[in-house]
Design a protein around this ligand. Structure first.
Ligand SMILES: N[C@@H](CCC(=O)N[C@@H](CS)C(=O)NCC(=O)O)C(=O)O
Length: 225
């Protein structure tokens, strides 16, 4: 059986968890936070998520893990068979990561510490997000799914990217980023109503207090240096 390493408050972790649940692949969860030696054994850069297969194969990076799951468990496919359509799905995921997720993540330390990011940082983040919004407005279809008629990996990926974008941009930039992409909010609501998304959200909420304790301990340790 696959072991999924990480914690339920992580949106990257939840991309993989949603994929496993959607494909009905049996797995067990190993609660582990970033920054531990145990995680480094299965994830070379020490980030969540990682998986270990029954054969003892370790793999990290959410989209790489999802592609591995897709290839290993091709039933209930999450990518189209046509190469162009498949590439279009990956394009949405890449744009979402580079131009929405990663710039938003620059604001996370300020969100966690309850401080405001410097204006220069905010401006840089705003510029990258603006590019991402422009790109997603060109490539997202919402007809009804993000890449067209079928639900794909891009739907799962974007749904969990939006968790971070929403929280960070609202708190630090006073900006409702999802409202800038017509159709995104309605689609996101549909995504959040699935049984899988609701289970993942319940697990995320349950894990939050322990995760925040971990974050506070890390902040205190850094301040003590
Ligand atoms: N590129 C990685 C990013 C994963 C990531 O940033 N995970 C966060 C948790 S949501 C993490 O482990 N952060 C700890 C760190 O940056 O050291 C992926 O796609 O899996």
């Amino acid at each position: 059986m696959i072991t999924l390493h990480g914690f339920a408050a992580s949106n990257y972790y939840n991309i993989v968890k949603h994929t496993l649940l959607y494909k009905e692949v049996p797995f067990q969860e190993n609660l582990i936070f970033a920054g531990s030696d145990e995680l480094l054994k299965v994830s070379p850069v020490g980030k969540v998520p990682a998986i270990t297969t029954a054969e003892g194969f370790n793999l990290s990076e959410a989209n790489v893990i999802c592609d591995f799951i897709e290839e290993t468990y091709p039933d209930t496919p999450l990518y189209p068979t046509d190469a162009s359509e498949r590439a279009a799905v990956r394009q949405i995921m890449k744009i979402a990561e580079l131009y929405l997720e990663l710039p938003s993540r620059r604001l996370i330390p300020y969100v966690f510490s309850g401080t405001q990011a410097p204006d220069t940082v905010k401006e840089e983040v705003r510029q990258v997000l603006t590019r991402g919004i422009g790109a997603l407005n060109q490539v997202c279809q919402f007809s009804p799914w993000i890449a067209g008629k079928e639900l794909t990996m891009a739907d799962i990926y974007m749904h969990y990217v939006n968790v971070v974008v929403k929280a960070c941009a609202q708190a630090q930039l006073d900006w409702d980023v999802l409202a800038e992409i017509p159709g995104m909010k309605e689609w996101n609501k549909t995504m959040s109503q699935s049984d899988i998304a609701q289970k993942i959200e319940a697990d995320r909420v349950a894990n939050m207090p322990e995760f925040m304790q971990h974050v506070q301990a890390q902040i205190q340790a850094a301040n003590a240096k």
